[in-house]
Design a protein around this ligand. Structure first.
Ligand code: SAM
Length: 283
């Protein structure tokens, strides 16, 4: 069943996602490789929670919907028998294939609501930082079709601003806020404006396709330096070319973040924590 609920929805989930992808700037030259270099991979604890809830420590199949460059797909290579990433942006798929050497990983170029993968074949289906790009009802229907009974659907997202140092965190938060205000002012569509992440759990419950649903918070730990932090900031929300020179506040807040990071972080590598919110639905 397909819901007709987002503005401009054309009867297919692909219409909504296609429009976002076309406007994302994610197809631009070099964006996929920088994305893959600077964005985080899911922490082991998150994978452990999903496996525990699916009742297995070695899933036969994990399907990762909206897998991007495969950061969220590759994480499963050492845990699952087989992992399939599904991604609609050809450049991201090409990067995912190039970056993944493991024989049990494969990538399908396609849309999350129509994967072509067999019914009841998956133990775990994930949407990592991608569910807000998708019309939820048809994607949840596809996830439920893919899952065996007792399998787990997870829509999880990380906090865009990592925890490092207060001045740096404040400058990063100001930059993200400036980007988001500029997008609204200039009418550049963002998935989260139509399908807020805070409502993912309600979507899962309202679908009626899962016998139990809950939210789980966890975090990943790592290290970061000023160069990586700036790389991460550049990868957030698509390239600045998206604004076509019409959002000087985005450039200004990025310059402030750059200067703050160099001043506060210096040449050192710092410990960092990234928060995750995971919404689970058990079939
Ligand atoms: C923010 S990225 C997340 C990528 C990856 N999961 C990660 O954790 O880094 C969201 C991705 O979802 C893809 N996407 C959006 N809508 C989609 C759809 N309906 N089907 C498949 N992929 C989609 C976008 O092209 C984009 O690469």
């Amino acid at each position: 069943m397909r819901a007709d609920s987002s503005p401009g929805y054309d009867g297919r989930v692909t219409g909504f996602s296609r429009r976002l992808i076309d406007r994302s700037g994610y197809e631009g030259e070099g964006f996929a490789s920088d994305y893959d270099r600077y964005r985080p991979s899911p922490p082991e604890v998150l994978l452990a929670v999903l496996m525990t809830h699916a009742g297995t420590d070695h899933p036969q199949l994990v399907v990762d919907l909206g897998c991007g460059t495969g950061l969220s797909t590759r994480a499963w290579a050492g845990h699952a028998e087989r992992v399939i990433g599904v991604e609609a942006n050809a450049r991201m798929v090409a990067r995912a294939r190039a970056a993944s050497g493991a024989a049990n990983l494969e990538f399908i170029e396609g849309f999350a609501d129509e994967t072509g993968i067999g019914s009841e074949s998956a133990d775990i289906v994930t949407c990592a930082q991608s569910f807000h790009w998708m019309e939820p009802a048809p994607v949840l229907a596809e996830a439920a079709r893919l899952l065996r009974r007792g399998g787990v659907f997870a829509a999880y997202d990380y906090d865009v601003v990592p925890v490092i140092q207060p001045d740096v965190d404040a400058a990063f938060t100001a930059h993200v806020a400036a980007r988001s205000a500029a997008r609204s002012r200039l009418g550049i569509e963002a998935g989260g404006a139509t399908w807020p992440k805070s409502k993912h759990i309600d979507q899962i419950r309202a679908s009626g396709l899962f016998r139990f649903a809950r939210e789980v918070q966890c975090h990943g730990e790592g290290t970061i330096d000023a160069r990586r932090l700036i790389g991460l900031a550049h990868s957030i929300g698509g390239p600045r070319a998206l604004f076509d020179g019409r959002a000087p506040e985005v450039d200004a807040t990025l310059a402030t973040l750059h200067a703050t990071a160099e001043r506060q972080l210096g040449d050192r590598t710092w410990p960092t924590v990234t928060g995750y919110t995971c919404r689970l639905g058990i079939k």
